[in-house]
Every structure is written in C-alpha cells, then in structure tokens.
Design a protein around this ligand. Sequence first.
Ligand code: ADP
Ligand code: ZN
Length: 746
Amino acid sequence: MREPSASSGPALQGDLLGAEARVAVLLPLPLREAYDYRVPDGMALVPGDVVEVPLGPRRVIGVVWGPGAGTVESGRLKAVVRRFDVPPMTEVGRRFIEWVAAYTMTLPGSVLRMAMSVPSALEPPKPTLAYLRKADAEPPPGFKMTDPRKRVLALLDDTLAGGPPRTPGELAEEAGCGVTVVRGLAEAGLLEPVLLEPTTLGRPPDWARPGPSLSANQEAAAEDLRARVGTGGYSTVLLDGVTGSGKTEVYYEAIATALKQGKQALVLLPEIALSAQWLDRFAKRFGAPPAEWHSELTGAQRRDTWRAIAKGEVPVVVGARSALFLPYPDLGVIVVDEEHDSAYKQEEGAIYHARDMAVARAHLGGLPIVLVSATPSLETKVNADSHRYARIELPSRHGGAVLPDIDLIDLRRDRPPARHWLAPSVRKALTETLAGGEQAMLFLNRRGYAPLTLCRACGHRMQCPNCTAWLVEHRLARKLQCHHCGLQQPLPPSCPSCGEEGTMAACGPGVERIAEEVAELYPDARAAIMASDTLFGPRAIQEMVRKIGDHELDIVIGTQVMAKGHHFPMLTLVGVVDADLGLNGGDLRAAERTYQLLHQVAGRAGRGERPGRVMLQTFMPEHPVMQALAAGDRDGFYQLEAEMRQEAGMPPFGRLAALIVSGEDPTLVDRVAMALGRAAPRGETVHVLGPAPAPLALLRGRHRRRLLLKAPRATQVQPLIADWLSRVEIPPSIRVQIDVDPYSFL
Ligand code: ADP
Ligand code: ZN
C-alpha cells in the first residue's frame, strides 16, 4: 500500500503542470490500492476530498488519497467527474483506515467502505424554506394587521438582531396560528425568505451545566481525566470501578472538558440500541441528547448525522463499533464503556475489535481514550498492570449501596423437580421477595423455549440443515428456529425420522420455559420475558426498562439483553438459572466471559437502598469462576486466569490469528485447508494448529475448516500470514477469512 502524502499540502490542480495532474483515489470497494485519475482543468483537489470518478461503465464515490502514483498509464487515464461539497477526510481519518486495513489484513478499500457508508450524506439535502423579518418593509395598502399576523411578526423581531430564521411550521406553532398566516405575510413582502439546510439534529449538549457534586474519590478520578483531555495527547486509561461507583458520572467530566475545548467526544457502547437509560441520563446531565449511531437509525437520520458530523456540527456521538469510522473533524476524547464486552468484536466482513481499533484511533489522533469496566478484559487488565495503560479506580458503590451477596446453589443437592429448573432455595427466595413487595430477575442466556427437540421413540434430534446446530423451539412464535442462520420451520406433529406421533419432546430450558414455570408458581405475579426476540427494537426495550423501573413488573425473565447497565432500585433478587452455560463452550475466554457476564448480572441487584441478593444455580460450585464470584474475589480470579494463560502462551501473553476456510463443496474446502496446513509457517516459536473442522462445521450451507496460528506476543503476525497465503492457490469458490486476535472459535 502506498503512503499518502504527509500533509494535506497544496491543492492538486488540473492546470498545475499544463498537461496532466493526477490524483490517486481510493474507492470503497474490495481493491488493493488507490487508482489514478486526471484532475480536470479548473478543479482543485486536496487529499481527503470526496470525489466521483468513472470506473468501467459505472460512476463511484472515492476519496483523494494523495498525488497520482502512476498506477494507470496516461492513455487510459480518466478524469475526476466532480468533487462533493463536504469537508475532506482528515489526515488522521485516512491514516486510521490504512492502519485498520493493515492490522486486520482487510483491503483498504473495504475499510474505506465502512467510513463512507452513507453516500447520500454527500449531497446537500433539499433545502427548507425559512423566514426572517424584512427590515423597514411596509404592509401593502389594504393589508389588515390581524392579531395572528402581529404575533408572527413579533416572533421574528429578533431576526433583525441576528436571531435564527424559522420555518413556516415553527412560526405557526409558536404563534398559535395556521401556516396560511405566515404565507400571507410573505406574500405581502413583509418576510425575507431564506433556504436552510434541513437537519433532524437538535440543540448541542451544554458542557457548562453543572454535574452532581462528586465524592472525593470520584472527583480525583474526574480531575485526572479532565487534565488528560485538557492537555491533549495520547494516553489510554482504564477506569476501573464496581458497578454503581459512578464511572459514568466521572467520564461525563472528560466529555465536558472536550466540549469546552470545542472538540468532539465519542462514546462507544456495546449495544447502543439497548441503552435508552444511558441516553436519558446524558440528556439530563448536558441538557440535550447526543447524536446516536447504530443500525436502528433510519436512512434520513444516518444521512443527517453523518453530514453534520463531517461539518463539525456534532459535539458528542454515542454509538456502536461502526461509530469509530465517522468523519470527526477534531476528536478530543474517546470513551469505550463496558470495554470487556464481546459485542465490540465485529465478526463479519472486516473482522476487527472496536476497542483495540479505538485505542489505535486515539493514538493516531493524539488524544486520550478511557476504557471503562467493572470487569476489564484480561488484555486491558494486563496492560494496566504493566503500566502501558494508566488506571483510575473507584472502589465503592456511590451513596453507600452495598454489593449484593452472591450464593452458590448446588444443583446436585438443591434439585429442582423433574422438568422444572428453579431450585427449591431459589423458589423460597422468590416467594420472600414478592411478599416483601420487591422485584426479582431470573437470568438465562438462552432465547426461546427449549434448545433441543428430540423424539422420545427413536432419539432423532431436530437439526438445522444448513448449520451444525440444533433447532431451538420458540413456543410463543410456534416455530423451530436456527439461531445461526435464521431458518424457521413449524414444529413437526410427528417425528420426521420414525414417523411416530406425539413423541417429540422439548429438552432443556430457554427463557420461555422459565416464564412458564414462574406462571405456574406465581400465577398472580406480573412477569415478563426480556430477550432480543421478544422485544422488537430499541423502543420496546426502552418501554420494558421503564416498566421494570416503575415497578409495573414483579419478575423479569431475561437474557443478556437485561444484563446491561440498567439501574432498577426495587430489584433485590437475581437468580441465575444456569451459571455454567458459558463455561461449556470451552474456548479460551470461556471462564473470563462467564465471570464478566455473571458479575454484570449480579450487579443489577441491590442498586437502590435495599440490599440485593444473587443466587447462582450451578453443577460446579467448586469451579474457580463460581468460587471467585461467591467470594467477591475479582482480582484473585484474574490472577489465576492470567497464570493459566501465561503458562499456555495464550492471549494476552501470546498472539493468535485464525484462518477460516469455507465453501459449498466440502472436498474442495478440505483440499484448500490441507494445502494451507502444509504451507503453514513453522518455527521454534510459531505454531499452526489444524486444519480442523470448525465447531460450526456447517454454517449457512458453507463447510468450514479452521487453522490457528499461535505466536509469541512480540511477533508481528500479519507479514507471516501474508507470506503464508501467497504460497497457496485459493480457488475463487473458496473463501479464506483472516481473524487476527480471534474471540470466537466457532
Ligand atoms: P457506574 O457507571 O460505575 O455503574 P453510575 O455512574 O451509573 O455508576 O452511578 C450509579 C448511580 O449512582 C447512578 O444512578 C448515578 O446517577 C448515581 N451517582 C453516582 N455518583 C453520583 C454523585 N456523585 N452524585 C449523585 N449521584 C451519583
Ligand atoms: Zn442454520
């Protein structure tokens, strides 16, 4: 990949050299390099400019990456068609795209595509008509100055002193009259029409609004962050504090400092669509909501938001991982909340970890980044322990709320009745909680009714034809569903294998089945399920969160949708139905992730004045994860986990990279995977494991094999992999995905 010019430099003009000025334009397509284009006479371009260029019979949007590099011979050189009227992509923005491409081994054009995801934002939107008061205009003869007309004119008086123009709709609403009144005034020549770029964005957040008065600990933490943001320059800080310690209040101070300096702040949340409470809270603190960026936005919202960010009109963006690629003119701070959350890993297309890329973005942009968690990833923890990252600690809950007691419920002794899932001790606690007028939450990280349906006569299991996965029964939707490819089919009335009728049986619980048990035990309790497939979209989640907060529900049965940072003062009991669930997958981070998830779930209990209680149902009470949770010994758990990883040379002490070979023809997939196995880099410290069938050996109809490269931490794996792949011919029907620092081993 060619380096871009070091600075924006002088404009690259069509008539600069008399004959031919060229620019290299990177296109948001899976291409390895930027292509040269001629700059037509009279057009001036700077690196970062967004342009339209011809590509074969098509016209595509691209970004000027630097001066031409001779990639196209003069005779075939085509001219840039036009330049869009948006601010050029910044030098840092371009460097970031190159860095992500190089690190994740994705083509630069494919990364650019993430940054140019809203082409409609490049065109100026259709302007809307608004009015100012016309100075010294007299009404025409016979024009009656009615009260409504007077009110509209009075409203617009401030525009003579520089006040903002207003649309007919706004004027009519404010003056309490019809739009025709406004139109009448305009026709009479009393108003000055102006065309405005419309926007759905409202008032900016106000950094000067005072926050809550902080405790001494919080204030010290806030002061550290304010100083970092105030001074600028790169640094990574881990903000490490128990749930409810005020981490959010503290990092709001970092945001306020960035805004005070006229810079932007970016907050990444793992699942922004689930974060209604966060948005409300931000709006209360700063008097206006931030701009949101996530997959639930409408096309118009995306367009307006992207454009406004590029023009420097958006001070605060809160978003999912893709918000990293927005065109910020001058970021002042990045916050990654719940930095340990695996939702930050993008597993499709360009495979990247948004937390790690955010650190790189901060480094390139020379700005501080704050990683926030009550249960940091081992990666971040080790970086903080070794002082590569700074660490700020908030050790106690705000306002004296105590962390809940965590009890282990040994399912081998405290057994639920047959085909039921709640242990007698948990039932007893539920009864007490309800009797005390408090709320309970039952957590099970599994959607649907039952994870497996089998025939009691012949043992046949209902499996997805496209994936190595069982079909999950969703009783509410009356369907069997594959959670990997989305396949749906009705429940068969008889066994598809032996033909017996009435023999198909549900095995194991999902949240729907727990809800059934709750209804049987507490028919009068107000209960609801909270899972991604029972709540459609952010609004439904928001409504559910409100209902719980307002105590309109007694028992909530939920998946991890519910584990996120919600704050429910009346919730005092959390029961985890299957605490062992995450440990069974057996991947590298199974223990760490289980610890983090259960810790987070436990943190929902006792956030108000009443103390909370957490009951973990487990078959392995002696497991280190369960022991650490029960003892509240987070750092002991991390230490043990770190020792085990270090001994095995696993991340964060060693490096991994995965190759996933997939295709529709299993023989061909095997052949390519074997060839890659034979060509694998070999050395004293670098090892390649596999090829082996992936646990999801069949996914969406594609057969999959995995190879895993393992190397010491100091190794740069990208050149090794590039060299490795260059030695094997990959047929076009076979896909080889590269996953640097894999988090999923499926
Ligand atoms: P965390 O992000 O660490 O989980 P939060 O910032 O959400 O903690 O704080 C937990 C609760 O305590 C929130 O309701 C928050 O508004 C409140 N809180 C935290 N610090 C203060 C403070 N200094 N003054 C008033 N309320 C606070
Ligand atoms: Zn499937």
